[in-house]
Design a protein around this ligand. Structure first.
Ligand SMILES: [Zn+2]
Length: 448
């Protein structure tokens, strides 16, 4: 008899601060320790690197893991399935409380190390172990973990399979079923189907885009949209500035490649560009052309923008941070006229990103776009596809894995309800095989 507990620590009531614990009898595996950035941004002058975890828990910025004190068992591993901040951003605040290694894919472990290095309050000494997609690792004599290749909006994303004597538990947060990715392999459908045949006890999966119809467009579509915007024009000598997620390495790779095709030098500007793109380059996930320039510090960024103005905007393609209108990011500073880069009538600003639907972000973005337009910029927005599975992708994954139990995670109650409707269509029954969990709750499953 195996007793399984699924503990919803964070990210079940909201977007962000994801953390789930899976208990197999008295052995516990923690999955993700994420940060909810919008709870940090509403306060001015917050330096999270120096803040205590209890203070951040009170702000709702990191998962309230104090509930782990009431869970009966020992934590054997902390596992992260990709490197987004809402999955790894609280590691530097919480991981030191557990005597357990942190296990993630190579790119994710590199980002976790950066995270820990910038921490100023706690010393995080946990072992950090890199496990490649497709590999398996023994955690106890009864439990092993396996990384199965996935796709998402950051490289080196995996599904996690926790193998127990009674079957597996699968964690699929976050993913998309992209069959034509521009970096890496497509999700390992063969392995997922096999896992389904072997017996899946529970599937914990993101509900973020379960309410969107159809399937998520492939990253190849975003690649073609970008190509059309950047190269498909008769005004090829105007100033162009692209902004996108620094962590979206596949997208960055496309932009850098198109810059070369346009005969322009790609110049990546912003602190996070250095961290995400620089790391991906060092680890060999992307090949950057020799001409590429990356600057992270404000003085270097302004120096590069000055050079672009002097030598001619038509010779460069600046790729900058600030697509959500974040105050202080490079694009906001350009819009405010705080850099040597001057927008002229007809210059193009290309947003290869969606607007995150939170009122604060929408206000920031509105203000940014208005300022840019007032300086004469032409705006190309939403040159983007999502990294999260839509409803029919969820349908496919669910029927591929055939889990006994399903638990939507990583979303608001509204997003979970969309997932629940889809899962009911697939034959699951709410309260019996389909479970709505709130932060702080534990679901018990008994297996023969
Ligand atoms: Zn993610």
């Amino acid at each position: 008899m195996t007793e399984i507990g699924i503990i919803a620590v964070g990210g079940y009531n909201e977007m962000g601060r994801n953390m789930t614990a899976v208990r197999i009898n008295e052995d516990i595996i923690i999955i993700d320790m994420g940060l909810r950035l919008d709870r940090v941004q509403i306060h001015e002058d917050v330096d999270i690197d120096r803040m205590h975890s209890l203070e951040l828990i009170e702000m709702g910025a990191i998962p309230d893991d104090t509930i782990m004190n009431e869970v009966n068992g020992n934590v054997r591993a902390i596992v992260c399935t990709h490197g987004h901040l809402d999955h790894i951003g609280a590691i530097s605040k919480l991981a030191h409380r557990y005597t357990a290694p942190i296990i993630a894919t190579p790119y994710t472990t590199a980002l976790i190390k950066h995270q820990i290095d910038s921490e100023r309050k706690f010393g995080v000494k946990n072992n950090i172990v890199a496990l490649k997609s497709g590999d398996t690792m023994e955690i106890t004599k009864d439990i092993s973990i396996e990384f199965v290749n996935a796709q998402h909006s950051i490289i080196d994303t995996v599904f996690l399979a926790i193998h127990t004597p009674s079957g597996s538990i699968i964690y699929a947060c976050d993913f998309k079923l992209d069959r034509t990715p521009t970096i890496g392999e497509m999700p390992d459908f063969e392995r997922l189907t096999k896992l389904g045949q072997e017996g899946v006890i529970a599937l914990i999966t993101e509900s973020t885009n379960a309410g969107r119809n159809g399937k998520t467009p492939s990253e190849m579509i975003a690649h073609m949209m970008l190509k059309d915007v950047l190269l498909g024009t008769e005004e090829s000598d105007v100033g162009m500035v692209v902004t996108t997620f620094a962590s979206h390495i596949a997208r960055m790779n496309s932009i850098v490649q198109f810059a070369s095709e346009m005969g322009r030098i790609p110049v990546l500007l912003g602190r996070s560009m250095e961290r995400y793109v620089g790391t991906a380059h060092q680890l060999g996930y992307i090949n950057l052309p020799d001409t590429v320039e990356i600057y992270g510090h404000r003085r270097d960024i302004d120096g590069a923008l000055k050079k672009i103005m002097e030598k001619g905007k038509d010779k460069y393609l600046p790729v900058v941070t600030g697509h959500q209108g974040e105050p202080g990011a490079v694009l906001s500073r350009i819009a405010n006229g705080d850099t040597p880069f001057k927008i002229e009538t007809g210059d193009r600003i290309i947003f290869s990103a969606n607007v995150i639907p939170s009122p604060m972000t929408q206000a920031n973005r509105y203000s940014l776009e208005t300022k840019l337009k007032m300086r004469g910029a032409r705006i190309y927005d939403d040159v983007h596809v999502s990294g999260h599975a839509y409803r029919e992708d969820h349908w496919e994954l669910l029927r591929m894995l055939k889990p006994e139990h399903v638990i939507p995670a990583h979303g608001t109650i509204h997003m979970h309800s969309e997932y629940i409707q889809m899962a009911e269509d697939a034959g699951y029954s709410l309260g019996d095989t389909l479970h709505l969990l709130r932060n702080g709750e534990e679901l018990y499953i008994e297996e023969e």
